[in-house]
Design a protein around this ligand. Structure first.
Ligand SMILES: [Zn+2]
Ligand SMILES: [Zn+2]
Length: 423
């Protein structure tokens, strides 16, 4: 059997790559509007970065990483990045960005890898657009980031958004809350799902967002995070809500929203596109005030989000809102006979050097099949040159939309076509 692509990956063919490009373009525009600059980090990193950066108890680290030998160092392994925040922070530290600027705003677009169960809208290689703000502890930054995501979806025409926000506390208030949760769940331990039994002492907050029905029932009446926040976390959360209201961002407070990664502090948020059902989460993120320090850097409050591009495209497709790829005007030169073909080749080369999209036939095909090809590539203008035209120093210019034709001087073809194509 022929070799096939790995399960959970996809080929993005020319027929759909235009949607990706259009989406990426919009993402870049949005990022620029909000003052973010692009970074590109390696696809793979030292595995320890994710162990330390994402947290050893997370599903991502425990079950979903693609880890492989470095080829050089037997004591080390590399891992395909399962997300980009840890890499961004690593780059921030390694390049000593903290010494160069007090506020860093970065965005990224790229592939991430998780060995997860593939299903609709969930891939093992998937694409994320995300952003990180490093160096701001202001709650206004949190509100600004959530607003940015909501504005983005609105600009794509996606209504039916559900914006959930929560505060997951900080190292001052979370330990006591964790203890309360452990005390609450301990007597029910045997009834919890296997994952939650494992989480109970490591990360009991995650029991609160377990999708298992029994766990959901068992967590009714669990202590609420909002009643256990310290003053700083409480005030921070109030400010986030106030500024979201100023920005007219509709949101709901979900005290169960803890998200899967260990590093979040204070604000956590998720944006769902409800018509997508089970895979409705299309963006999410949160504050990670301790992560930079945890990875060996100076204390740097920070916040970030990531958006799943496959899911955004799925949502757009569902609503028939896929962005139309921009198509540039194209020209085609139909050449009949060897002499005409040589002339056409010279003209095509000259036009391409002027950034005009122009094609020609090199297989010595008939006039009819050359015109068919011109149609297929949506050429707007066709130049026809045969031996007779060549002798008279002329060419026929055909407008494909109207089928109108005119005779022009061969010497004018380049000027004419370049002005039509670019005009
Ligand atoms: Zn706190
Ligand atoms: Zn569970």
């Amino acid at each position: 059997m022929a070799i096939q692509r790995p399960r959970g990956t996809q080929d993005i063919l020319p027929s759909t790559v235009g949607y990706w490009q259009a989406l990426e373009k919009k993402m870049r525009q949005l990022a620029a509007t909000y003052g973010f600059q692009e970074i590109r980090t390696p696809i793979f990193e030292d595995t320890r970065l994710f162990l330390r950066g994402i947290g050893e108890t997370t599903d991502v680290v425990q079950k979903e990483m693609y880890t492989f030998p470095t080829g050089d160092d037997k004591d080390k392994t590399f891992t395909l990045r399962p997300e980009n925040t840890a890499s961004a922070v690593r780059a921030y530290l390694e390049n000593k960005i903290y010494g160069q600027e007090t506020l860093t705003k970065w965005f990224y677009i790229g592939s991430m890898f998780r060995h997860d169960k593939p299903q609709a809208g969930r891939y093992r290689e998937f694409h994320q657009f995300g952003a990180e703000v490093l160096g701001s502890q202001s709650a206004v930054t949190d509100a600004e980031m959530i607003t940015m995501i909501v504005q983005f979806f609105q600009s794509l025409g996606l209504a039916d958004l559900n914006v959930e926000v929560n505060s997951v506390g900080c190292p001052h208030c979370r330990p006591a809350y964790r203890e309360k949760l452990i005390t609450f769940f301990e007597p029910k331990k045997e009834e919890l799902c296997e994952d939650c039994q494992n989480r109970l002492y490591k990360n009991p907050l995650r029991i609160l967002d377990c999708k298992n029905e029994t766990c959901k029932k068992l967590s009714i009446g669990a202590p609420e995070i909002h009643e256990n926040l310290c003053e700083d976390c409480h005030d921070h959360f109030e400010t986030v809500k106030k500024y979201l209201t100023i920005a007219k961002v509709p949101f709901v407070i979900n005290p169960r929203l803890v998200r899967g990664l260990d590093y979040y502090t204070k604000t956590a948020f998720e944006v769902q596109y409800t018509p997508l059902g089970a895979q409705s989460a299309i963006a999410g993120g949160g504050r990670y005030d301790g992560l930079v320090e945890q990875l060996g850097g100076p204390h740097t409050p920070a916040i970030g989000f990531a958006m799943g591009m496959e899911r955004v495209l799925l949502a757009l497709e569902k609503q028939d809102l896929l962005p139309k790829p921009e198509e540039e005007k194209k020209a085609y030169i139909v050449a009949l006979g060897e002499a005409a073909r040589q002339k056409a080749f010279a003209m095509v080369t000259a036009l391409r050097s002027m950034n005009c999209q122009v094609a020609m036939d090199v297989e010595n095909k008939s006039m009819k099949s050359q015109l068919k090809h011109a149609n297929k590539i949506h050429a707007k203008y066709v130049i026809i040159v045969g031996d007779d035209e060549l002798q008279r120093g002329e060419a026929v210019l055909r407008f494909m939309d109207t089928s109108e034709q005119e005779t022009i001087a061969l010497a004018d073809v380049i000027d004419k076509i370049s002005s039509l194509v670019k005009g």
